[in-house]
Design a protein around this ligand. Sequence first.
Ligand SMILES: *[C@@H]1O[C@H](CO)[C@@H](O)[C@H](O)[C@H]1NC(C)=O
Length: 396
Amino acid sequence: MENSMAGRSSTFLLLLLVFIYFPWQSAKAEYNIMGFGAKSNGRTDSTKSLLRAWSSACGSSSNKGAIMYIPKGKFLLGHVEFKGPCKSSIVTIKMDGTLVAPSGYKGSGEEWIVFNKVDGLSIQGGTIDGQGASLWKCKESSSNCPHGWRSLLIDHSKNVKIKDLTSINSKHFHIVIHESQRVMMQGVKIIAPDESPNTDGISLQKSSDVTILDANIKTGDDCISMSAGTKNVWAERISCGPGHGISIGSIGKTKNENGVNNITVKDTEFTGSDNGLRIKAWGRPSTAFVRGVIFEKSRMKNVKNPIIINQNYCPNSKNCPNKNSGVKISGITYNDIQGSSSSQVAMKFDCSPGNPCTGISLKNIKLTYRGGQAKSSCKYAHGKSSGFVNPKSCLI
Ligand SMILES: *[C@@H]1O[C@H](CO)[C@@H](O)[C@H](O)[C@H]1NC(C)=O
């Protein structure tokens, strides 16, 4: 009796040990920033604590990867660069709290939070608050204001996942993906006022194999922009507005530039935005091109330019080159684009005489203006249409 009790309890103890030990062994190593001295009061600078937590997570030899945990609360953070390559196979930044930038804009540099040369990064949840208001105010009344920090830059990185992150009030762009591959963004939320200058939502630059799903973007500039050297992009279920739309470009600002190709933008909703689906190229010689773009299923509510290609892009009409655009635009498909335009010309293809747009395809388009007939406008634009197309196609 005694013996079997002892036997049972030692079996129990053994099992308990196995249960305690085993999950711990197989779990990711976790580094809570509080353990590195971070303060959640929103006033004490936690930059050094986060950098130390990153060093530990990035340097972790756990074969399951490591977690840097940011708990609830507000953490004041200056410019930080989280550098790879990491020893850990994947570093997860798990966030329940908010990272807050200083509200001033004096400091130098153009970036706030940077991840550089990281292969295997996952950012989950949380909020980053760029506190851009005072810089926007400066820009409103002066042309001598600093550029301002882009809130989050993923640079020269691979295998990156950003899930359920919220970015508010960036000083400049919200999220930039630069020279990176295999990036998945899901459930990203972006919020800044309509009139905040240069606050592009997601900017893709020289990057490939990027997927953006379920993004909700309200901002003062492009909701999503894709510039030279970007390819293999899939964006689906995106809502945009206020904002300047989903833009390919601007492209062809310089002579030697890479093209943009294989872009799918599907199931989008634009509300009160300046543009819907836009391609913008500079009017000057360039090696750049845009080809293989599919815009499919889009709902427009009161959008100024629902469908637009512009080969004479020149913001603020200052020092415009006014030359033939060298950018070749071809193979652009618009399928199932419907809703209302807030200007009469709902569909505009303003291409270059030296480089006409070719292979534009329109299918099932229905755009109205004040409940009535909208117009289309074409310059040097070639293509075909099928299904219903209203306003009537002017492609040749
Ligand atoms: C085009 O991009 C998609 C991702 O959006 C990718 O799956 C596909 O392989 C790419 N096609 C080519 C020919 O590279």
